[in-house]
Each structure stands twice: as C-alpha cells, then as structure tokens.
Write a protein that binds this ligand. Structure first.
Ligand code: ATP
Ligand code: LTN
Length: 327
C-alpha cells in the first residue's frame, strides 16, 4: 500500500477550505493507503501563543478530525510533539536547506509581512514540515494548493540529503484535489479562506451554527453583471460559489454554471449543500467533545504507531550521515 502523510496546524477553528482542500481527501483516501495524519502543534508555535492555547486547540482539532471521519482503526492520527523524532530530523534537514530556498517560500512572505516579531521558527518552518513527511517514507501528501511549494522544497531537500549521504529518504509528491483545492473567502474572494487571516463573515467554520453558515452564503460577495459563469479571474465570487458547490456535490464548476441564470438560487443551493455536509460532522463532534479522555487515549495509540515507523527512518538518517553511535 502507498504511504500517505499530511499535517494540519492547531491554530484555530477549521473552516470549509480545510475540509474541501485537505481533510475530505484524507477521510476518503484512508482506506486506500497506509495513512498518517499529524496535528502539527510545533508548527503552530512559529507565531506567538498564550500558555495552554496550543494544547486546547490540539485536543479540539483531534475531535474535529475524528468527527470529519478519520477512523483511528484505519489510519494513524497523532500529535507532532508526541513523536520527538520530528524535531530531531528537522535539525538535520535545516543543515541541508539553503537560506535562499527558505526565503523564496510564499507562506513565509505572507506570514511575516508587517509583523513586529518574526521568529526564526517561522523561517525554518519548511524544514520541520519536510521532516514530518520524510520520517514516514511518504509517497504522497494530500494538501491544498497553497502547500505545493513546501512539498517541492521537501523533495529538493530529500534529494540533496540522498546525494550527500546516500539513499535515505523516499521522494514524496503532493496530491491536490481537482475541486476545492483553493476555497476563497466569501467576502474577499481573491484571498484564500484562512483560519488566521480571513474575515469572519467570509470564513465558514466547520463547527459554526448552521443558520449562520447559510446566512454567510446568502451574503457572499459576487459582482454586478448578473451572469453565472465559471471564470475565476474575471468572476472570483461567483466562481468560488460554483467551486464550493462542485466540491460539495461532486459536480464540475463549469457544468453547474449552466444550470443557473441568477445568483440567488446558486447561493441558496451552495448553502444547502454545505449545510448537508456539515450537519453529520457537527453531530459527531458534539458526542466526541463529551469524552476528552477517549480522544487522549486514541492520540496515545496513534503516537505509538507513528513512533514505531519514525525511529527506524531516523536511525537510517543518523547512520547514513555517520554520526558516532552511542554504544
Ligand atoms: P492559516 O490560515 O492559519 O495558515 P490554514 O487555514 O491555511 O491556516 P492549515 O493548517 O495551514 O490551514 O492547512 C491545513 C490544510 O488545509 C492544508 O492542506 C491546506 O493546504 C488546506 N487549506 C487551507 N486553506 C485552504 C483553502 N482556503 N482552500 C483549500 N485548502 C485549504
Ligand atoms: N504547512 C502545512 C501544515 C503541515 C503539513 C506538514 C502539511 C505541516 N507539516 C506535512 C502536509 C505535510 C500548512 O500550513 N497547511
């Protein structure tokens, strides 16, 4: 079976973009691959956090992911900081990553711009992400469009390491979904929907009240020409609604456009499709929330499974570099 790995940060409530761009592909793919899904709490620390904030968000994120359909009997769901090899390999990889490569990362540019404090961790973030992926001999990384550049860097770093120290790492590829890879903010449809940067009225939370979800779709920004057509450059708002509808119902955005002649029905059908998608997730989330000890137990089992793979790959990396073994 191919090995799949992906990660998600505990940085705030999950939104529709996370579900359609990433998490839905994880739940659908978990039966077809040996899948590892990681809550990357160490990545969340690259921007300042209050004491306790990341731990609380990690538990809640685990419950949301389980509610979305990740099955701990089928895949491995775990927390990054519970498997120490992530930090250890990240250091080795930082030492084969060039400053220039890190400077070119658009996520770093976006997240550092205009901030008074930019941590060194935010800059070296992609080396930790590469460690996450390479520690599991990963073949494929299901992510949204915005992560393609980080996966390319992971390949480059792995190739450089293999060239310098001998064959050590499997080279991974990004798998980006055809529909839903880049869900845009409903109020600012030229920006991606985001946990940390988006507008409140433009971001649809997975655990948000469903009446409020429907209202956000009815108030979504469109344009004034009144024509329903899939054209993301010229008509970002309408195209975003068509993409969301397509990703939620399994259709094609351009074909769906032909079924509508007005914005009103497009908005209400998209709202209905999203509400139908979120309803069962919210029901399961409510049940899981009532038993945090059970979630903690599942994460412990996940960490043990993950560690059993990570120790071997880490040992291979140390041996190939030729660090003096502790005897
Ligand atoms: P932040 O805005 O705080 O950086 P985020 O919302 O981008 O967070 P991440 O934890 O960075 O969320 O991403 C988790 C996964 O969701 C990644 O695979 C990412 O590609 C995907 N993703 C994030 N935003 C979107 C979006 N708007 N459309 C589609 N996929 C997305
Ligand atoms: N950088 C990613 C989160 C992430 C990730 C990973 C994704 C960290 N490690 C490994 C895939 C594989 C993000 O911001 N979405």
């Amino acid at each position: 079976m191919p090995r799949v790995f992906s990660g998600i940060q505990p940085t705030g409530s999950l939104h529709l973009g996370n579900l359609l761009g990433a998490v839905r592909n994880w739940t659908e793919g978990q039966h077809r691959a040996d899948s590892f899904f990681c809550i990357v709490d160490l990545h969340a620390l690259t921007v300042p956090k209050r004491p306790g904030e990341v731990g609380d968000a990690t538990l809640e994120l685990a419950q949301v992911l389980l509610a979305c359909g990740l099955d701990p009997e089928v895949c491995t769901l775990f927390v990054q900081s519970h498997v120490h090899q992530h930090g250890e390999l990240a250091w080795l990889l930082q030492c084969v990553t060039a400053m220039g490569e890190l400077r070119r990362m658009t996520q770093f540019k976006d997240k550092s711009e205009g901030k008074d404090f930019v941590s060194a961790g935010l800059f070296t973030y992609p080396a930790l992400q590469a460690a996450d992926i390479l520690l599991y001999d990963t073949d494929s990384v299901p992510v949204g469009e915005d992560q393609r550049q980080h996966i390319e860097l992971t390949r480059d770093v792995a190739e450089r390491f293999n060239h310098r120290y001998g064959d050590t790492f499997v080279l991974p590829t990004a798998t980006v979904p055809a529909a839903g890879a880049r869900v845009m903010d409903l109020q600012e449809p030229t920006n991606k929907m985001s946990k940390s940067a988006g507008s409140d009225t433009g971001t649809v939370g997975l655990t948000e009240d469903l009446a409020s979800v429907a209202k956000k779709f009815k108030r979504a920004v469109t344009d004034s020409d009144g024509e329903v057509r899939y054209d993301p450059a010229a008509k970002p708002g309408v195209s975003n609604l068509l993409s969301i509808l397509a990703a939620s119902t399994g259709g094609e955005p351009a074909e769906l456009a032909e079924e509508y002649s007005q914005y009103g029905p497009l908005k209400s059908d998209t709202a209905d499709a999203v509400v139908a998608l979120l309803e069962p997730v919210q029901e399961r989330f409510g049940e899981l929330r009532a038993d945090p000890a059970e979630t903690a137990r599942l994460l412990r089992v996940g960490a043990e499974k993950a560690r059993s793979v990570a120790v071997d790959v880490m040992a291979r990396a140390r041996a190939n570099i030729g660090l003096l073994p502790l005897t």
